[in-house]
Design a binder for this molecule. Sequence first.
Ligand code: FAD
Length: 386
Amino acid sequence: MTAALRFDPIRLPPECEVLRQEVRAFLADEIAAGTFDPHKPQREDSDAPEFSRRVGERGWLGMTWPKQYGGHERSFLERYVVTEEMRVANAPTRRFFVADRQSGPVLLKYAPEHIKMDILPRICRGEVCFSIGMSEPNSGSDLFAAKTKATKTDGGWLINGSKIWTTSAHIADYMIAIFRTSPSTKENRRHGLTQFLVNMKKPGITVNPIAQITGQYEFNEVVFTDHFVPDDHMLGELDGAWKQATSELAYERSGPERFLETYYVLTELVRAVGPKPDTRSAEGIGRLVAQLHTMRRMSVSVAGMLQAGREPVVEASIVKDIGTIWEQQLPHRVRELAAFVDADASNHATLDEQLAFAIKTAPKLTIQGGTTEVLRGIIARGLGLR
Ligand SMILES: Cc1cc2nc3c(=O)[nH]c(=O)nc-3n(C[C@H](O)[C@H](O)[C@H](O)COP(=O)(O)OP(=O)(O)OC[C@H]3O[C@@H](n4cnc5c(N)ncnc54)[C@H](O)[C@@H]3O)c2cc1C
């Protein structure tokens, strides 16, 4: 039987519009002050700790979390608006984004009280950076084949092995990682993995950079050699990380960041064709904007479901599947349409430069956060088709 699939028609409430204007004004001030250049997506390289603190001061980190942990008890829809505006402006969110999106919610659910009281307010102030330690050299899609081992010792665990493709590990204060604490069982091959909070500043961790075709420095190999993790840094159930990973992925897969990573080429194209585009450009841009609008409605709907306390894993996977394929194809569509742009357009050079960068970025978009093929497996299972 086919399971229910829901995309409730959620509209952003009026308070979101007020917030949107506040975020836009804040970002305009930051751009004017030279914090970042909205026309230079390459800036993702740069870590911006002071910007991160200022975002925290505005109350835009930990927006949905309880006040006792420094949060602001606002809605997922309000958080959605902040994320959307930051992405569209190409703001440097690297330092705080993962912590705010998914590490904080994991800590809220599974960390002991004293750790929540210590770390969550610092995330809300924009002071700490988190990384995600899931993939290993021989287990990416097949997360549950992870081998990096946590061995019990006095007062904690010793970690040995390595993680790979770890975004931001070179600047991260913490990682939330899964390690093998027991062998898998015949009945359940997902059994035996446990989630831990890792302090990246403690000994026994080597972070090796991985070069990217774009010239960016985003991710790393992380090698653990007898790295000690105290007992109270174990998150949730021993050997039960597989039960916990699912809801984390719903946070990771549905936000506007899953279709806006190459959005800047579309705005640059719109600027280049000007207010009176020829028919071919108008038709091409219209089609892209219509697709974008539909995805955005779906993504807002998922934010609404998170707000309602649900775990929309299948719906989030659909948003990521459709969204990342769209943002991957966008630079190619824009390149085709750019062929008709007047060679004298004032931003022609910027458009060319951005296209060159976006085309090099595009291949990774359907891999990070789970590949298209794997997402389709999850969707098929969720729909009762496999
Ligand atoms: C930019 C970027 C940032 C990343 N950041 C992080 C991070 O911070 N932390 C982290 O832990 N990981 C991170 N990753 C890793 C990412 O999650 C993995 O690359 C991804 O899950 C795929 O795993 P893999 O590379 O081992 O490929 P594999 O799993 O080996 O897959 C290879 C190919 O086989 C296909 N395939 C695999 N299994 C199946 C199946 N069951 N059915 C059908 N097809 C299948 C895949 O779709 C893919 O095309 C990042 C990746 C990128 C590109």
